[in-house]
Design a protein around this ligand. Structure first.
Ligand SMILES: O=C(O)CC[C@@H](O)C(=O)O
Ligand SMILES: [Zn+2]
Length: 476
């Protein structure tokens, strides 16, 4: 991700926004259009450190017709508009960079149906992901995608970003579970795309295109989700290593041994240190730890898998394999894991969070390369995350603006190393605003041009979520 920038973008004229306010109050209601300072401030940022960009107005549509009316109104007036969910994104995808209207989907927060017979559910975009998980689990079903912000992020945001999470190792990411969408195009036209069946190949895969389009091609107003049966048992172990290299080799050894855990999450020494500071008693002096979790319907089989996994890790130098004895121990491990990102902030005044992914055979190589790079540049690099699927969050920690050039160099170097290993500059957080200047490192000009043409086709005015992924095609 790029450093917080002081870059400014053209913003709509105040008199135009005055007209937009009047027009939007007319199509919604006064209580659904806000422009008080605290509201504008709270929609000005996300979790990306990309900067602070307040919208001029925030609107809260309550149904699809209202979303469509907001889009049409913005188009008619030539006002930029940017959809947003819980603002938990890590790439600046929902920042209203050119001001204008932030379109919050948070009031569209109902689970419309859960079908045990079809293993599907239909939900609105503002549903909190964790609430959705719990609702389907209560009916014996399972929604696997588990971004670490699941307690507060929304399904609509997950769709926009194609969110991943620890369980992607076994179960895949959001796109693998979305089979149908009600979708509002930038023009305000409403389409239903996809299907309600498990299989279906009619026409182009527009659902696949829209999921992960980062709020640049329209917005989901209804989401049809494919579910799986809830696994009856889950077993979790914390595997402790002396070094992050041993942990990396153990992860690749497990992946080639015929076991598919649902998570293999890595925490390096800096990540462990940060979390230990928050009261989690990870063993002192540990160089790294892996949270391995398996699930299934046969409890004995899971113990056998964890035992095999532990033996492989011990062969690779694991110091200890600690199996969670009950749900509360297991939950404590995951709470610690979810705390890594915020806890790292306490170690240094500034943190830049990266989201690279490499082919899994290259996990030990990238980990070594990142450590070498940190030492060479004199930067503290914490490496943690979804190592089992090759997706690592390498966080650069630094003291202040005087180290900016160094950090820029670190980011550039890290992404070059990643791409050279056949990897990608973003595994799950998206390009958004934070990474758009790096996209060309990974994708050829022809591929970028094709995507720009798609954006222009769907959004010829360029008013929807401008300045994301690549520069907006036009400014009216
Ligand atoms: O902040 C980060 O670097 C990662 C956030 C999140 O994706 C995680 O896996 O904890
Ligand atoms: Zn993550």
């Amino acid at each position: 991700m790029s450093l917080p920038s002081e870059r400014t973008f053209p913003r709509p004229d105040p008199s135009l926004m005055e007209r937009a306010h009047t027009a939007l109050v007319a199509v919604l209601s006064a209580g659904q259009v806000r422009r008080d300072a605290p509201t504008l401030e709270s929609y000005a940022r996300d979790e990306s450190d990309s900067g602070v960009y307040p919208p001029d107005l925030v609107v809260f549509p309550e149904d699809t017709a209202q979303v469509s009316a907001v889009f049409r109104t913005c188009q008619a007036l030539g006002v930029p508009f940017t959809p947003c969910g819980a603002r938990s994104g890590k790439s600046g995808g929902s920042l209203p960079l050119r001001g204008g209207v932030a379109v919050s989907l948070e009031r569209m927060n109902r689970i419309l149906s859960v079908s045990v017979e079809d293993l599907t559910a239909v939900a609105q975009p503002g549903v909190i992901t964790g609430d959705f998980m719990k609702a389907v689990e209560a009916q014996g079903l399972f929604y696997p995608p588990d971004p670490n912000s699941w307690e507060f992020c929304t399904l609509g945001g997950n769709v926009a970003e194609n969110a991943g999470g620890p369980r992607a190792l076994k179960y895949g990411v959001t796109r693998d579970y979305i089979i149908g969408l009600e979708w509002v195009l930038p023009s305000g036209e409403v389409l239903r795309v996809g299907r309600r069946t498990l299989k279906g190949v009619a026409g182009y895969d527009l659902v696949g295109l829209f999921v992960g389009s980062e709020g640049t091609l329209g917005v989901a107003t209804e989401i049809t989700v494919q579910l799986v049966p809830r696994p009856r048992y889950v077993k979790t172990a914390l595997v402790v290593f002396d070094s992050v290299y041993a942990a990396a080799h153990a992860i690749t050894a497990v992946l080639t041994a015929g076991i598919l855990p649902r998570t293999l999450e890595l925490l390096d020494d800096t990540a462990l240190h940060a979390v230990r500071h928050r009261g989690f008693p990870f063993p002192e002096g540990a160089g790294a730890a892996v949270i391995a979790e398996v699930d299934g319907n046969v409890e004995e089989g899971l113990f056998a898998e964890l035992t095999q996994l532990g033996e492989i890790c011990e062969r690779e130098g694991a110091r200890e394999v600690l199996v969670a004895q009950d749900e509360s121990q297991r939950e404590r491990l995951w709470t610690a894991r979810r705390l890594v990102s915020p806890a790292l902030r306490a170690l240094k005044p500034h943190k830049i969070s990266e989201d690279i992914a490499v082919p899994r055979s290259r996990i030990p190589d990238i980990i070594r390369a990142l450590k070498d790079m940190g030492e060479e540049l004199g930067l503290l690099v914490a490496t943690y995350g979804h190592a089992g699927d090759g997706n690592l969050h390498a966080n650069l920690l630094y003291d202040g603006p005087h180290q900016r050039a160094l950090v820029e160099k670190g980011i550039q170097r890290m992404l070059e190393l990643t791409v050279a290993m056949g990897g990608t500059i973003t595994g799950e957080h998206g390009v958004g605003h934070a990474k758009r200047e790096y996209l060309a490192m990974e994708q050829a000009e022809g591929v970028l041009a094709l995507q720009r043409r798609l954006k222009e086709f769907f959004d010829p005015s360029g008013l929807l979520n401008p300045e994301k992924i690549f520069p907006a095609p036009k400014w009216p």
